[in-house]
Design a protein around this ligand. Structure first.
Ligand code: MBD
Ligand code: FE
Length: 282
């Protein structure tokens, strides 16, 4: 087995790190604000070290583990699994928003996915068609329920095996990724596959971390979405499935009751669900 044939934490971690590095992010944080945040971060460290009487061995294991996380390219994975949900909560609550709830982006978003029409089937391989089909339809509206012109939905999700295109080898570049251009009233109807519960890459330092406290590496089956319309606040969110495994115990703490789908068989026996997105003003 080689990393070119078999997805590993190392390969997917480094793919996520390379993608993130290419963004060259920045923030306009002032010196005063940086000082306040760092003082509290170090204060929290000090409190934890004293509270738990952290030993030199434990300190050295932490140092080694942090080096390993970097070498495996797993900082995007570890941070998005264990920290991003708190950032997302602060982001959502900063103003009073009442539209569809957001959730974390996670490490596997890729911008500029190919455009697809309002009624479409997601790009997938023959083997993906063996999975249970899902018809996911609805409307992108304003807070009053009026359909929005120019709305787009970027959708990305894992295949049946739990792999994301561009982060696991051997999958076509845009498999199960697309930018759906809704019709003039914001309507869409997407045929895709129902993803399976998702095990985060667990054979690297993130997995060792989880093992060390007796946790599990699972996320419930999920769809990732970014929904945009002119003049509206864009949302990044995820949708889950009613009664699905891990919905109540997501390793990434990213589920919300408002974000759960309950598809039912339609007249043709295909699972179908309607979900509308309401966008706040910008
Ligand atoms: C994922 O697919 C994901 O959504 C998150 C949050 C973390 C790791 C993998
Ligand atoms: Fe995901």
């Amino acid at each position: 087995m080689t990393t070119t044939e078999n997805p590993t934490a190392h390969a997917s971690g480094n793919a996520a790190t390379d993608k993130f590095k290419s963004e060259r992010v920045s923030s306009d944080t002032s010196v005063e604000r940086a000082a306040a945040i760092y003082k509290d971060v170090l204060g929290a460290f000090a409190e934890i070290i004293h509270k738990h009487q952290v030993t030199y061995d434990e300190y050295r294991v932490l140092k080694q583990w942090m080096i390993d996380v970097g070498e495996y390219g797993e900082w995007p994975l570890w941070l998005d699994v264990f920290v991003e949900h708190e950032i997302e909560e602060v982001h959502y609550n900063r103003k009073h928003f009442s539209g569809t709830k957001g959730s974390i982006e996670g490490p596997y978003y890729v911008p500029d996915s190919p455009k697809l029409p309002a009624k479409c089937t997601m790009p997938m391989r023959e083997q993906d068609k063996a999975a249970k089909a899902l018809i996911f339809k609805g409307q992108v509206t304003d807070l009053e329920g009026k359909g929005l012109q120019g709305a787009t939905i970027e959708l990305w999700h894992a295949d049946e095996e739990g792999y994301y295109s561009q982060f696991a080898p051997g999958i076509p570049e845009w498999n199960l990724r697309g930018t759906i251009e809704c019709d003039d009233e914001g309507n869409f109807e997407i045929t895709t596959l129902k993803p399976a519960p998702y095990k985060i890459p667990a054979d690297g330092p993130t997995g060792w971390f989880i093992d060390s406290y007796g946790g599990h590496p699972w996320r419930p089956a999920h769809l990732h979405l970014m929904v945009k319309a002119p003049g509206k606040r864009a949302i990044t969110t995820q949708l889950y499935f009613q009664g699905g495994e891990w919905v109540e115990d997501d390793v990434a703490t990213a589920t919300k009751p408002e974000l759960i789908l309950d598809p039912q068989p339609n007249a043709d026996g295909v699972d179908e669900v309607t979900y509308n997105f309401a966008l706040d003003p910008q």
